[in-house]
Design a protein around this ligand. Sequence first.
Ligand SMILES: *Cc1c(COP(=O)(O)O)cnc(C)c1O
Length: 365
Amino acid sequence: MIKFLDLQKINKQHKEDLKQAFERVLDSGWYILGSELKKFETEFAAYCGTKYAIGVANGLDALILIIRAYKELGYFKDGDEIIVPANTYIASVLAISANNLVPVLVEPDLETYNLNPDLIEKYITPRTVAILPVHLYGQLCDMERIMEIAKKHKLKVIEDCAQAHGATINGKRAGSFGDASGFSFYPGKNLGALGDGGAITTNDELLDDTLRALSNYGSHVKYENKFKGVNSRLDELQAALLGVKLQKLDEETAVKRQVASRYLNEINNAKITLPLLTSDSAHVWHLFVIRTHNREELQNYLSENGIQTLIHYPTPPHKQAAYKELNHLSFPISEKIHDEVLSLPISSVMSSEEVDTIITVINKY
Ligand SMILES: *Cc1c(COP(=O)(O)O)cnc(C)c1O
């Protein structure tokens, strides 16, 4: 069986370095808000090309806290609207509603699966305060257009970078375009911890300062609480492990790009639509997502031939029981995407024989 994602194999490559990092933390006797976190935050901010990075407990919290911080700073209030793609993973939408703001869903582009800039302005109202683009599957959105629209309408831009660590346009990295960006280090993400983790990047000093307090009980100084904050921190152990994996990220992405390029060049089957690549550097291939009209049949066929695939995602947020207030809405492009997408195995530890097999089996379908 070719696994969809072999996390054991991925992390085993770095076993010695990860063990060393673990021992360093164990021996330090200091496990929360210490030197490992500071070091990782500095390295991650430098990697993304931002002034600040703030470690938090997970990617959802990263997005929730950004919006919360803008409320504390007086930019957003209850009932304000944030524009978000209709086909995103539900976390992007949850971050908005968790803050009592209103998610305004907009159709994606059918080719790139990303927010369609041509449609954004139609959805801007006097209550719109931000755009939340999601670099879905690892490919950067059209940030030049999105930033232009945001500037024209004086909106904040919050990037959801949970799937796009290291993607670049003209050398500028995911997480450095908008006003603030949320990252996830969930184990299966391109930069994955051995547990939960997340980070926020920004160039805004006041936002950085506010986020550091909000994520730590609302406190800048122990036992002094400026905000009704939460406990959402990246612990020393995960920060140390992530420091090891950050050093390997670009190498791993390069291997994924080779796999993706083989799929793009060698999969040739009229029943299958391949993803559109806007530029080599803009995609870090968190997922390689194809479309087909008879997905269940293709997925069963691949499974019978020893290839594990997954669906990202089977149901759009507006069709979920959690969002009854959105259930009446219709987004034909999103719904088509949710009906047709299938994710093929892609990782830095696949052998070229495995890639050969996948291509041969798909072309015979
Ligand atoms: C994974 C993911 C998140 C949430 O990250 P967690 O660390 O799992 O909380 C948010 N947005 C997108 C697009 C994701 O893929």
